[in-house]
Design a protein around this ligand. Sequence first.
Ligand code: GSH
Length: 199
Amino acid sequence: MPNTCSMGIHLLLEEIGKPYEVEKIDFASQKQYSETYKALNPKSKVPALELDNGEILTEWPAIAFYLARSNPETKLLPEDVLRQARVMELVDYITATVHMQGFTRIARPGNFSPDESTHEAVKARGLELFSNGFKIVAPQLKQPYALGDFSIADAALFYVEQWAVRRVSLTLPEACQRHYDAMIARPAVKRMLEREAAA
Ligand SMILES: N[C@@H](CCC(=O)N[C@@H](CS)C(=O)NCC(=O)O)C(=O)O
């Protein structure tokens, strides 16, 4: 689904540059809850990656880790184990906290409270958590990419920055804006965004 967290995985596939196929899971028609999709991914979430051997891999960090480790020539993960742990630390913070705790409250308040009268308050709390995430990440960012060299953490940071800029009109801290600008300039990011816009 364009403009969801799967754009980070879509971007990694573009960075790797090997042939892949995309199937749009249209949220407007609730395709994520269709029996066909649930047979592949009972969690009804994107992204899901079908491998050449037919296995289905889900969860953003697991998919990104798999893509990085199975394409070592692309250096999407550093070799040093501590640097690798630092990449996973940032990926986890973005996917589990900034996205799932912050942005999901804004996009899907019903997941946090069945009572519609509380939804504006849930969204406001989501915006606080989401924007606080950038404030926590910003001081640790290196240049030009989050941990110096480009890694899967940049694809994770990019998708939440894209939401901040395009979906909630949040002013990013300077270091995150600089990171976002560096990402937007990458040819693979441009290709991914063009493909998603056309989907
Ligand atoms: N923990 C999952 C979360 C994925 C997720 O929340 N995806 C959202 C899009 S950003 C989704 O598929 N939402 C569909 C729904 O909730 O109906 C991951 O890391 O991949």
